[in-house]
Design a protein around this ligand. Structure first.
Ligand SMILES: Cc1cc2nc3c(=O)[nH]c(=O)nc-3n(C[C@H](O)[C@H](O)[C@H](O)COP(=O)(O)O)c2cc1C
Length: 315
């Protein structure tokens, strides 16, 4: 189970960055299914069943967050994708956007359909300048093929996606500072409440989700929420992308199911492949560098048999 691939199933396929290859490998089938077979509330229900939790750090249940979105008549709602990824040592969102941009675009459209949002934004870290072009090309391709614009698939749903580049401030990853910045102001966090679900972008109901969270909606709709929830353990369902860097043999991006231990992740050849020259592990940082350092005595299997797993509860 540990090597199951939902987000990175096709990342090595030649040309997957472009519409033709993405579509040939099953791309946009999930969006088609969502629009043809589900009402917006049913899409939210599938996401709830999947147990998906936000991949931006706090791990808040995504379906629940969506169901909190206020829906007053005549006021627009927005989906905002948090692509600020400024935490030192993390680069999973960058990888997804750079190599499989259509996965994010497809996830944005499905999620926006569920939320009743006709406009969505990808707020991207300023230093990821070259990815803006990649995303804009993917958006243009999706539009040229009828997945964006007016009356998508004749289902009466209109949608447009815009990419906005930040100016390179770490705090703009915090969702309310991000919204201030997106509105063209200095990126100072807002006092909560009100939460963005009630008063977000331009004072309208808004959902802010991480890149990986939104991308995960694609396999959830493709396979069904219940199937997704069978992967992983406890309340850590589905797969998770990990950016691995530092003094390891195989730095890179890995997709795991959340049943593997930290020790297995660092030492197994399938993942990081251990430490160069067989050196002893002293510690690791099991998240971005805002996360406390996890010393070896707390993560290696102890005499008591305690194991630290790569999931929300254990870490
Ligand atoms: C200082 C700070 C920086 C943050 N940076 C990011 C970030 O770069 N990317 C991100 O997705 N979430 C970041 N977050 C979390 C967001 O505020 C928000 O919880 C998240 O985007 C929600 O998406 P999710 O539910 O899909 O995880 C940050 C939070 C704080 C407090």
């Amino acid at each position: 189970m540990a090597s199951i691939k939902l987000l990175l199933a096709n990342d090595k396929v030649e040309g997957i960055r472009y519409y033709e290859a993405y579509r040939k490998h099953g791309g946009y089938a999930s969006l088609e299914k969502a629009l043809k077979s589900y009402t917006p509330d049913e899409v939210t229900e599938e996401v709830k069943k999947s147990g998906l939790r936000g991949r931006g750090g706090a791990g808040f249940p995504t379906g629940m967050k969506w169901s909190f979105l206020a829906k007053p008549e005549g006021i627009p709602r927005y989906l905002v994708c948090n692509a600020d990824e400024s935490e030192p040592g993390t680069f999973k969102d960058r990888y997804l956007m750079e190599y499989i941009p259509h996965l994010l675009v497809e996830g944005m459209i499905i999620s926006s359909y569920a939320l009743g949002a006709n406009t969505s934004y990808i707020y991207i870290r300023g230093e990821y300048a070259w990815i803006v072009e990649i995303l804009e090309q993917a958006i243009a391709e999706a539009k040229a093929n009828g997945w964006l614009g007016k009356n998508i698939l004749g289902k009466g749903f209109d949608h447009e996606i815009y990419v906005q580049r930040g100016a390179g401030a770490y705090i703009c990853g915090e969702e309310t500072a991000l919204l201030e910045s997106l509105e063209g102001k200095r990126g100072n966090p807002r006092i909560k409440p009100p939460f963005p679900a009630v008063k977000g972008l331009w004072g309208c109901p808004t959902v802010v989700n991480n890149v990986e969270t939104i991308a995960a909606v694609v396999p959830i709709i493709n396979n069904g929420g219940e199937e997704y929830a069978k992967i992983g353990v406890g309340r850590s369902t589905g797969t998770k992308l990990l950016s691995a860097c530092g003094n390891i043999n195989k730095p890179g991006i890995y997709e795991i199911d959340m049943t593997i231990s930290v020790e297995e992740f660092i030492f197994s050849d399938e993942y990081c492949g251990g430490i160069p020259n067989g050196k002893r592990l002293k510690a690791c940082i099991p998240g971005g560098s805002s996360v406390p350092i996890l010393p070896a005595n707390l993560l290696l299997k102890t005499a008591k048999g305690d194991t630290r797993y790569m999931n929300y509860e254990s870490l």
